[in-house]
Unconditional design. Structure first.
Length: 647
């Protein structure tokens, strides 16, 4: 079974074999339902009208939810103690989800045309209640009790909204009305998050699973080793580059760690990196998967829908911030290696680049196809399917990578379970969106926030960063983003900030919860591989990612980093941001290129220079550059005097 990242709700294809829970009848059921669900999605995307079946509008969404909620109840245990065997009530819940959603799907056009969202027959009300119960249990299994509590609180908000004070007051509904608007309305369970999954994300989940099944992860790690393995601290740089490439295609943090960690972490330890540092590097590098184009995870597709822009525009806006994220990490690991005198991998362990490229051309070809169809043709819906077909055909030429019967079954299981976990979580998150939208509280909250901040943009950004960060500790990144994109993003945009940069700011801060205690899921996962203390790894990940916590403030103010402006302005913004991150990293690691270890005064001054360069203002940038030159000049004079004294 696939492992699903409970923090992002994004698919995390795992190379592990199918567990006992999905053996026997449960495995057969998942294969049948999964094949039906995938075929349904392909039929809808390409308008194939297979067997004369082409569901319209919300009917397709109900069918998709029913199929994959049913799979979720079979693949996700009610309790951890039941992880090895499907229970009798799992089968009942699967049947309820499938039949209730199927019934609503059959009446999809009636729901819209006859206004059943406001008044419906008894049978429809009963089916809606069953879907709501199945949705709540699905979000509990997929996202945990905290996410369930959030969905319940905001899903039930219409019941008591008229009792709330001030801007929290909203339109109230009775219990039957609340159930109907959530299940039959178009702004809750079948709202934007589920529409995005149905139209876009399913294809990218299929592509990620195909990449894993055809051993794409092995190629990208070999490529990273061939490029950076020889340099000082090579294994850490391989982890950063390898995770960046894998993350660009999977969009999943935990999947990255489980795929690359067993290779990178032991190798880092072998060349001298402490276990805690090795785990922290892997967790920080994998966390960037949520931000790294072209896939970026589910939340990026939802962002495009909320903003009403093509997904390719979100990809373009995220590219430079993601690149700066990994540049900062490379600075960090290189300076650490230089300060500690760590070497790279021996030549005998580094695969030749030519051989790696010759062997891995199918993966480069599929990546080129994905980017071409996505960014040039702008057919984002078709791009993952085109890349998957190309990859399957190209890898079929070699026995080691072609799909055999066992790999094909595991591919189907992985894909079905990944989509199921995603549907279970995002259907529940739809209740949050619906509760805030139907009561009218979302708009009032944004207006009040703007009023209380008094137009103070830095104050709003800090409040937003803290809120997103805290919510990200207990909610999925997708849930955290959806919640704040409704409440906070409109206020930031109205205050004059770039819409894309504002939404990326929220996403980024929710993403950082992966490496921050007490939750720090990425750090904990990497620590289990490294054999290090999980909490200490989380703390070290925060220290290692110190410069990363300042990056969102750079791109939210300097819109050149989200490709807003002329090419010279964009290039200047990128170079200044890279300079700022380098200065901050030098301060944190205590190392200056060309000088060596830095003293306390130099570290403080380099940190101040980096902070000056962050401010998007000419004179501040100039002052930061001058301070950097001053630090280097003073250190060079000191070294020259020291050499004279010693001689």
């Amino acid at each position: 079974m696939s492992q699903t990242d409970p923090m992002s709700g994004d698919p995390s294809p795992s190379p592990a074999a199918t567990p006992p829970r999905l053996s026997g009848a449960a495995g057969i059921a998942v294969h049948i339902l999964g094949a039906a669900g995938i075929l349904l999605a392909i039929n809808q995307v390409f308008l194939l009208n297979l067997f004369g079946f082409q569901p319209l509008g919300n009917s397709y969404l109900y069918y998709l939810i029913g199929i994959f909620l049913a799979i979720a109840f079979l693949s996700l245990p009610a309790r951890s103690s039941q992880s090895t065997r499907v229970q009798w009530f799992d089968w009942i819940l699967s049947a309820i989800a499938l039949s209730a959603c199927g019934f609503l799907g059959l009446h999809g056009m009636d729901i819209i045309q006859k206004g059943w969202e406001f008044s419906a027959p008894l049978s429809i009300n009963i089916a809606a209640g069953a879907v709501l119960i199945a949705t709540l249990e699905g979000v509990r299994r997929g996202g945990g009790p905290l996410l369930l509590g959030t969905a319940l609180l905001f899903g039930a908000y219409p019941l008591f909204a008229d009792y709330m004070p001030g801007f929290l007051w909203g339109t109230s509904f009775s219990l039957p009305e609340t159930i109907r608007v959530h299940v039959l309305g178009v702004e809750s369970i079948i709202g934007i998050p589920m529409q995005v999954v149905a139209e876009l994300v399913v294809g990218f989940v299929i592509f990620g699973s195909v990449l894993t099944a055809t051993k794409g992860a092995d190629f990208f790690m070999d490529l990273a080793s061939a490029l950076l393995g020889r340099s000082r601290g090579g294994p850490a740089k391989v982890a950063v580059l390898g995770s960046g490439i894998l993350g660009s295609l999977s969009g999943s943090v935990i999947s990255n760690i489980l795929t690359s960690g067993p290779f990178s972490i032991p190798t880092m330890k072998r060349v001298g990196y402490p276990p805690t540092y090795a785990a922290a590097i892997e967790s920080c590098a994998s966390t960037g998967a949520t931000l790294m184009p072209p896939v970026m995870g589910t939340v990026a597709f939802i962002m495009a829908s909320f903003l009403g822009v093509p997904y390719s525009q979100v990809v373009a806006a995220a590219f430079l911030p993601a690149l700066l994220f990994y540049i900062a990490l490379l600075f960090q690991v290189d300076m650490f290696a230089a300060r500690k005198g760590l070497k790279g991998l021996p030549a005998s362990e580094i695969p030749p680049l030519r051989g790696v490229l010759l062997r891995g051309w199918p993966y480069l070809l599929c990546l080129a196809v994905l980017i071409y169809v996505l960014m040039v043709l702008r057919l984002e819906t078709y791009s993952p399917y085109a890349a998957s077909v190309v990859l399957l055909l190209a890898t079929a030429l070699r026995k080691e990578t072609r799909l055999n019967w066992e790999r094909a079954k595991r591919l189907l299981t992985d894909t079905a379970c990944n989509i199921a976990a995603l549907v279970a979580i995002l259907a529940g998150i739809g209740l949050v969106v619906g509760g805030l939208s139907y009561t009218g509280v979302a708009g009032a909250f944004s207006r009040e926030l703007l009023l209380y901040a008094g137009g103070n943009v830095p104050l709003m950004l800090i409040a937003g960063a803290v809120t997103s960060f805290v919510l990200g500790m207990g909610m999925t990144v997708s849930a955290c983003y959806i919640f704040l994109s409704i409440l906070l993003a409109p206020a930031l945009i109205e205050a004059g900030l770039n819409p894309l940069a504002s939404h990326l700011f929220i996403l980024y801060w929710g993403m950082l919860s992966y490496i921050t205690p007490p939750v720090a899921l990425a750090s904990i996962t990497a620590a289990s591989i490294a054999g290090s203390n999980p909490m200490r790894t989380g703390i070290y990940s925060m220290r290692l990612g110190g410069a990363l916590f300042l990056l969102p403030f750079i791109f939210v103010y300097d819109t050149g980093l989200v490709f807003a402006g002329s090419l010279p302005d964009i290039a200047t913004s990128f170079l200044i941001a890279a300079l700022a991150l380098w200065a901050l990293t030098s301060a944190m690691e205590g190392y200056l290129y060309g000088i060596g270890p830095a003293g306390p005064v130099s570290r403080v001054l380099m940190g101040a220079a980096g902070l000056m360069a962050i401010v998007p203002e000419f004179y501040s940038d100039l002052a930061g550059l001058g301070l950097i030159l001053g630090v280097y000049g003073a250190n060079l004079i000191f070294l020259r005097n020291e050499k004279r004294t010693s001689s």
